[in-house]
Design a protein around this ligand. Structure first.
Ligand code: ASP
Length: 359
């Protein structure tokens, strides 16, 4: 069947329908390996280079692929240079284009991708469209790379699947953003969400785990951005022989909150009275201390051992199975809300965006 368009050429109806139905994806290129160019000094970002590379991929012009708009950030960043202000820039960019696109792909360096993926769910309230972060270990310009598959699948996911979440796609896994950690510095399987099942596995088929994916927010409130202000927040890893003095220094003002990376189920050197006193004194000054485990998976339980109970008695709160990345992001978010300290403590221990499991 054909449709006559006045004096213009007749077009097949199917073509018109397909054209109208092509989904639209907004791609924000923040930097990272995926779009870098080989230079005499090693890989480096170069403005316009990724667009050139993408224009040479025939698959991206296929009618089965979504239309896309590529927006390149200035400057393109190695994600090791990112700050919470860059998270805000990404959140704002998504909000500015929210109504015009079916989904969003954020191209990002792998080094701090898990932090950005942990922060965006808190910053983007009322999200009903997919936001997929991805990147690669080898740039798109190389013949053998993981960039092409990560990019194409992230675009397909963002365009065609109604996932109302911030996710990270890498390797062959779709993961909840606020559960992710970078687990491999070199491998193509660089990310995992050790305390939460993948939201999807990509092989011959794209198999989504709809039971794990968050439901569409029922309310009709529009997308709202929660900016982050510059609160002083830290993370500190315990180790055998840690000096109480060092802990006391870390906990000094202007620190407002600390993620304490503790042993096993959240234990610390409770025999060291000066260490416990440093925690207690900071807690009494209103510093929020969140206990997360150093282990890759599992949950904190401060009631299991006396070495954990002493920390709780000093005012340390449990981070349960929060990743350190998610605990930091959540603290940035909550401390930007001007809430009483006790409310922040309570919300840190409450699941807000699927970041924490509490039975
Ligand atoms: N240093 C790079 C970055 O995080 C590494 C990467 O993209 O994989 O930006």
């Amino acid at each position: 069947m054909v449709v006559q368009l006045g004096k213009h050429k007749a077009l097949p109806l199917l073509w018109i329908v397909e054209t109208k139905m092509r989904k639209r994806v907004y791609i924000a290129n923040t930097g990272g390996t995926i779009g870098m160019k080989r230079t005499p000094n090693g890989y480096a970002p170069e403005p316009g280079y990724l667009a050139e590379q993408m224009a040479q991929i025939p698959a991206l012009q296929s009618p089965h692929m979504p239309e896309y708009r590529l927006h390149e950030y200035d400057p393109l960043l190695d994600s090791a240079n990112m700050t919470p202000q860059d998270w805000l820039k990404i959140a704002q960019d998504i909000a500015d284009h929210y109504d015009d696109f079916d989904g969003f792909v954020i191209l990002h360096g792998t080094d701090t991708m898990a932090y950005t993926a942990s922060a965006l769910p808190f910053m983007l309230d009322g999200l009903k469209k997919p936001v997929i972060l991805t990147g690669s270990q080898i740039p798109l310009c190389e013949v053998r790379n993981d960039a092409r598959e990560n990019l194409i699948t992230a675009m397909v996911l963002a365009a065609n699947y109604p996932i109302p979440e911030v996710c990270l796609y890498f390797g062959d896994k779709l993961l909840r953003g606020c559960r992710t950690v970078k687990v491999n510095a070199n491998g193509f399987d660089a990310f995992d969400s050790p305390n939460f099942p993948p939201l999807g596995k990509v092989g011959i088929d794209i198999a989504l785990n709809w039971r794990a994916i968050r439901p569409l927010p029922a309310h009709t409130t529009p997308l709202t951005i929660h900016p982050l202000n510059g609160n002083c927040i830290g993370a500190f890893r315990l180790f055998p022989g840690i000096s109480a003095d060092m802990v006391r220094h870390v906990l000094q003002a202007p620190l407002k909150a600390l993620v304490l990376e503790a042993f096993g189920v959240g234990n610390g050197p409770a025999h060291d009275q000066a260490f416990i006193a440093a925690l207690k004194e900071a807690n009494e000054r209103g510093v929020i201390i969140v206990d997360c485990t150093q282990c890759l998976s599992g949950s904190v339980d401060l009631n299991d051992y006396a070495t954990g109970a002493s920390l709780a008695a000093a005012g340390v709160i449990s981070g349960y199975d929060l990743t350190v990345e998610a605990a930091l992001a959540k603290l940035f978010y909550l401390l930007s809300q001007d809430l009483p300290t006790e409310t922040v403590k309570l919300l840190m221990q409450t699941d807000l965006k699927g970041e924490l499991t509490r039975s």
